[in-house]
Structure formats: structure tokens, C-alpha cells
Design a protein around this ligand. Structure first.
Ligand code: FAD
Length: 317
């Protein structure tokens, strides 16, 4: 079922969902199931599965450095199909511009359609580690709005090059990313919001936000989005802090602010076990306020480990 239908059917009740990352190449999928199992009691109507961008790997060959491109965490669509089948839950593969030609994207979407996957998250992807800025893949898209357009074209039976008599049309519900503290490359929040509107005008059905730790930022973002005519559901994405290093890492990677009170509490912790507990308690309070505000979904970033998400969900649902 489509995410927008899940939200409609819930009739104002806040839903629980989460995002997982595929295991590293060569690792067992059972690890992933072990992390999903404890969260299923909270009845998520859908689970997101991220896609990793390819990375350059350097191989020393007889004194020469050889460059190879590899995807360290492949299998997004396969994992979506496996989870959908095992848990009878909707799954949302993340589809990226970076690293894919339009044809490859079309094949991926055709696979998703055959597998009964009805939702996709359309994203640009970040720059690769060796790049200063994001560079579009040859034959691929530069912005998520173009990817949304391609998916919408497919929804109306328009494939890239072929003139075909389409009997079995896809009908994907499309999610896109939103940034309450603006995207790191955007010159201002207002410009970034206009870009978000472009994605919605191109056919996006809902927005999932980047993680944030101050709810006011989310509330202000939703208000500003509504003011410029973005009417689709805006799902808050949240994450409990889990290790002390997150104090530097999260602001550095996602260009987000952490509130002083949270920083102080984390700094007081003797070890990461204590940090994990502080993260859980803070996230419960954050979630309670969002729940009271009637957000459609509380969407958690699990980054692989689910014990803290379970602890948060126990405090909320
Ligand atoms: P876009 O919407 O294309 O925006 C990128 C930048 O370009 C923004 O600064 C925007 O303001 C600007 N822009 C947009 N259109 C134009 C235009 N026409 N002209 C000029 N500027 C423009 N990354 C992954 O690699 N894998 C994942 O699975 C993944 N999942 C994510 C899930 C969520 C909920 C979120 C919030 C992010 C996720 N990301 C993921 C990260 C995401 O790929 C990066 O944040 C990326 O840098 C931007 O992606 P986007 O889809 O927001 O890009």
C-alpha cells in the first residue's frame, strides 16, 4: 500500500516507521533481521531501506595504484523484497541520482514494480568522498526533482526511449527529502524550500525530513513549507544519539545543530552506555512532543542497531 494511504487510513493516529541500511557486502542478512525483529511489535506500516553510493577503492597492483568503483552496501531492492515477504510490511527503497544512469534507474523501478513495491524515496545522493561537490553520473540526473519526473513519467506509462504499449502501469508513491536546517549546499533555507516545492510540483507525494534535535526547527519548517504551497505530508525523521562521537559527527556530516542541554548531558557521560541512555531519554521527550502535535509518522533512523529505537518506541507507542 502507498505511504499516503497508510497515513489516510490511520485517521490522525501517528504511525511508527524506521529506516535501515543494507549489510556490508559479504555480511549475513540474518543480522538485519535480528535488528528488525524487535521493532515489529510496534507495527510499522513501512520500512525504508537506504542505498549507498559507490566508493572508489584503491588496489595496489605491482606497485601501481588501481582505482576500482564498488558499492559497499549493495542489495537495496533485494532486501526490500525479502523484508516485504518475511514481515508482510511495505518497504521503501531509496533511489539515487548519483551512481546510476537513467536506464539503470528505469530497470530498478521495473524490478520494484514486479516485486510489488509501491513506494520509492527519490534522492540525489551526496558527493563521493574524493569529490568536493556532487557530480552527476554521465547519463544520470543532477537533481532529485529530475528523478521524481522520471518516476512520474513511468507512472504515466512513459518509458525512456521505447514506444511500448503499456498494459501494466507502475503507480509509485514518491517520497523526497526535506531539510529543516536547510541542505548543506543551499544558500538559504528559503531557496532550499523552493527546491523542495519543485520536487513536490514534479510529483512527490510526501517528504521525510533530515534528522533534527530541536522540534521547533521542524515546526517552523512545516509552517514555512505550507506558506509556499507545499501541502503533502511532512514526516519527521529522528535519531537517538548513541555515542559520544555523534556530538562532532552529526553536525559535521549533516550540518545540523545539537541543543546545548543535550550536549551537556552527553558530555557528562562516563561511557557510551550512558550516552545511549541519554540519547534514548532525549528522543522519547522529542517524540512525545511531536506526537502531541499530531505528526503523521515518527520515522526513526536506526543506522543498523535497533535496541535504542525499541527503547524509544516502548516509551511512546
Ligand atoms: P536535491 O533535492 O536534488 O537537492 C540537492 C541540493 O541541490 C540542495 O541544496 C538543493 O537546494 C539544490 N537544488 C535542487 N534543485 C536545484 C536546481 N534545479 N538548481 C540548483 N540547485 C538545486 N543519501 C544516500 O546516499 N542514500 C540514501 O539512502 C539517503 N537517504 C536519505 C533519506 C533522507 C530522509 C534524507 C533527508 C537524506 C538521505 N540521503 C541519502 C542524503 C541525500 O542524498 C543528500 O542529502 C543529498 O546531498 C541531497 O539529496 P536530495 O535528494 O535532497 O537532493
Amino acid at each position: 500500500m502507498k505511504i499516503t494511504e497508510h497515513i489516510k487510513q490511520a485517521k490522525g493516529k501517528t504511525l511508527f516507521s524506521f529506516e535501515i541500511i543494507p549489510p556490508q557486502k559479504g555480511r549475513n542478512i540474518q543480522e538485519l533481521y535480528n535488528n528488525i525483529d524487535p521493532l515489529m511489535e510496534f507495527k510499522p506500516p513501512f520500512i525504508d531501506v537506504t542505498t549507498s553510493r559507490e566508493e572508489y577503492v584503491y588496489i595496489d597492483k605491482e606497485g601501481l595504484l588501481d582505482r576500482k568503483i564498488t558499492r559497499m552496501r549493495p542489495g537495496t531492492v533485494g532486501i526490500c523484497a525479502a523484508i516485504k515477504h518475511k514481515y508482510n510490511v511495505d518497504t521503501v527503497p531509496h533511489v539515487l541520482c548519483g551512481g546510476f544512469t537513467k536506464e539503470e534507474t528505469e530497470y530498478l523501478l521495473v524490478d520494484c514494480h514486479y516485486l510489488g513495491i509501491e513506494n520509492v524515496m527519490a534522492l540525489r545522493g551526496d558527493a563521493m568522498k574524493h569529490e568536493q561537490y556532487f557530480k552527476a553520473t554521465k547519463g544520470g540526473h543532477s537533481y532529485a526533482s529530475e528523478l521524481v519526473e522520471q518516476i512520474q513519467n513511468l507512472n504515466s506509462g512513459k518509458y525512456l526511449h521505447d514506444v511500448i504499449n503499456v498494459e501494466d502501469k507502475a503507480d509509485f508513491c514518491i517520497g523526497v527529502a526535506g531539510y529543516p536546517e536547510k541542505h548543506l549546499e543551499a544558500p538559504s533555507l528559503q531557496t532550499d524550500l523552493k527546491r523542495l516545492k519543485q520536487k513536490v510540483d514534479a510529483g512527490a507525494d510526501y517528504v521525510v525530513t533530515q534528522m533534527f534535535f530541536e522540534n521547533k526547527k521542524y515546526f517552523d519548517f512545516v509552517e514555512a513549507a505550507r506558506k509556499i504551497g507545499i501541502t503533502v505530508p511532512i514526516l519527521p525523521g529522528i535519531k537517538p544519539i548513541a555515542v559520544k562521537r555523534h556530538l562532532q559527527l552529526l553536525p559535521q556530516v549533516f550540518k545540523i545543530d545539537l541543543p546545548e542541554e543535550l550536549i551537556k548531558e552527553v558530555e557528562k557521560c562516563k561511557d557510551n552506555k550512558e550516552v545511549r541512555q541519554v540519547g534514548i531519554e532525549y528522543c522519547i521527550e522529542q517524540s512525545k512532543e511531536l506526537l502531541a502535535a499530531g505528526v503523521p509518522v515518527l520515522h526513526y533512523y536506526s543506522m543498523g542497531k535497533s535496541d535504542n529505537i525499541k527503547a524509544v518506541a516502548e516509551g511512546i507507542f
